[in-house]
Design a protein around this ligand. Structure first.
Ligand SMILES: Cc1cc2nc3c(=O)[nH]c(=O)nc-3n(C[C@H](O)[C@H](O)[C@H](O)COP(=O)(O)OP(=O)(O)OC[C@H]3O[C@@H](n4cnc5c(N)ncnc54)[C@H](O)[C@@H]3O)c2cc1C
Length: 227
């Protein structure tokens, strides 16, 4: 068995305010599907990752004004984009949303509070975009008896888990040399498949090798090289 469930089922991290609720506030967004919808409006973006920064930049091109609030002083996003955002948006850190002032079903003012000195500011808004990332949970895997590390399945450098015959690959798995990129996930998958093959057949080749060297493809490769 090869486990490759990524970070599990991802759920949007909601704004942690009692009165915040999608159904009640039509202008509270967790995704931006059509930037043109925000044209000419006063938009507040909350968040500090790549998505928040990217959306702030895109929306600042069409909106009347974009405020960005982030509870940390530093953004966890590409430096070049963060610099661009500072040039075209009104960025306030370290602030977090503490209040939503509503006018019927729409939010018309957002209260933000400085996380250190508790200064409170009210900002007029037409639209609010929350980009606080995603939560995911792989704890079901732990309850199957898999050894975990930092919430991920602990694997050896050969993609083996602590359970014989169970291998892991991609974002759900970790070890000291883990590369948390698409290329790393591909590499894990190759190693896991190879090790699974060895588990089933201890006589199988220990290393992955290119298909042109594989006996199974010999005739096919010859016909290709002749044509
Ligand atoms: C916002 C963001 C930007 C990124 N940008 C880059 C980038 O620019 N370049 C780069 O190289 N990497 C990037 N990455 C990392 C890259 O996306 C991951 O490393 C890669 O997708 C991991 O592949 P995976 O197959 O392990 O997981 P995933 O691609 O997440 O695939 C896991 C799959 O398993 C499914 N699944 C989950 N739970 C279950 C279950 N219980 N049963 C069955 N199926 C299940 C999921 O639906 C999903 O289809 C980014 C990641 C994020 C979050």
């Amino acid at each position: 068995m090869i486990i490759a469930v990524g970070r599990g089922v991802a759920e949007i991290q909601r704004l942690e305010l009692q009165e915040s609720n999608d159904n009640e506030h039509v202008n509270l967004h967790y995704t931006v599907q059509n930037p043109e919808y925000f044209a000419g409006k006063r938009v507040l973006v909350s968040g500090g990752g790549n998505s928040a920064v990217d959306w702030a930049i895109e929306l600042a091109k069409v909106a009347q004004r974009v405020n960005v609030v982030h509870r940390q002083s530093e953004f966890r996003a590409m430096e070049r984009n963060v610099s661009e955002m500072y040039e075209i948006a009104d960025v306030r850190t370290p602030y977090q949303i503490t209040q939503l002032q509503t006018n019927g079903e729409r939010i018309n003012q957002v209260g933000i509070t400085h996380t250190l000195n508790r200064e409170h500011i009210l900002l007029d808004v037409d639209e609010v975009v929350i980009s606080h990332g995603y939560t995911s949970n792989l704890s079901d895997l732990a309850s199957c008896g898999l050894k975990m590390s930092d919430g991920m399945v602990l694997m050896s450098q050969h993609a083996e888990t602590n359970l014989p015959g169970v291998f892991a690959a991609g974002d759900c798995a970790t070890n000291e040399s883990k590369v948390r990129l698409i290329a790393g996930a591909f590499n894990d998958a190759i190693v896991a498949v190879n090790r699974a093959k060895l588990y089933l057949n201890p006589e199988a080749a220990r290393m992955a090798y290119v298909s042109s060297h594989n006996e199974l493809f010999r005739d096919k490769n010859r016909s290709i090289s002749r044509s």
